[in-house]
Ligand binder design. Sequence first.
Ligand SMILES: *Cc1c(COP(=O)(O)O)cnc(C)c1O
Length: 390
Amino acid sequence: MLCGIVKLSDHARFNTVCIHAGQTPDPATGAIITPIYQTSTYVQEALGVHKGYEYARTQNPTRSALEANLAAIENGKAGFCFASGMAATGAVMTLLSSGDHIVVTDNTYGGTYRLFERVLRKYQLDFTYVDTSSLGELERAIRPNTKLVFLETPTNPVLGVTDLEGACTIAHGHAIPVVVDNTFASPYVQRPIDFGADMVIHSTTKFLNGHSDSVGGAVIATRDDHIEWLRFVQNAEGAILGPMDAWLVLRGTKTLPIRMERHNANAMVLAEYLESHPKVTAVHYPGLPSHPQHRLAARQMRGFGGLIAFKAGSFERARTVLNSVRLMALAESLGGVETLISHPATMTHASVPAERRQQLGITDDLVRISVGIEDVEDLKEDLAQALDRA
Ligand SMILES: *Cc1c(COP(=O)(O)O)cnc(C)c1O
């Protein structure tokens, strides 16, 4: 192999794993950073004699380094990187066959809902959406043909929390594997595999890359049968992450822990500020004691993440806030160092039917903030002046 994979001691701690796992100095030059191997193919020394790399859809050293890095960060056995978070989710769903049934967290990411309902139903996959923060509802949704439990916690955008250990125990009691979309929390905040999950999905576009300059996805797996299939399908379907993006995400994961500490701290301050604001009618943040699953979140998460949602009282007020912020950027996406503010009902969740949005609490007055790592006093002042106008 061109880029040997560092076998860190089993005792290496989280920050060390983030910085070092999957990477060794470049064997050709000693470059400390894994190069961007921008190549489509690899020259073979003789017929059938090569260094483990034949064609760049199948293997790329920059991507391999990131895959090993993410596998270690999530405490899995192997990682697979894809062109986007949705491509990663699509790859996981190829583990299923027509006629299979999947239980899904009800307010899952809008793009996931669209993939399941508009694309995968055409292939006779059946989905039931339940509030998985209730383990009873999860268990009642399981059928004889249920072949996967697909969880997201905390959820986007209302930040419902699912008991990962409890959900995995129930699913495994029925011999059903569990996959968790861990994009919202990031592996600093929670590691689903530690609670029993079989696979983790990420949109690396968000906290893992962290700098709003790359789109990508990853699956981290633990079971040999899943690993074998994911490696096969990554190559067979070919929705791979390119080397430049792999390099950017590798740079991002080195600072994941210190970024997450600041995301957590800033979000907590803003959530408390918003909860005390007379014009705000509700705040969703797992770190607030008023959150219905606050105690579970405190057990399961390290800090409470960088996402907040709040109700401005009316659509008009929400619009005024969104149009009045100066420092926060009005944009979809999340997890970057800069604070983004958005309107889920018309932006990220526009593809979810209006009636379903209401059921999920994605009301027209709901505003979501992806809290960045700026000085929190500046963020507070920005919200204050925007709320003053509302
Ligand atoms: C963004 C996101 C996705 C999709 O990822 P892309 O990289 O945009 O394809 C999936 N799940 C969650 C929770 C997300 O936030």
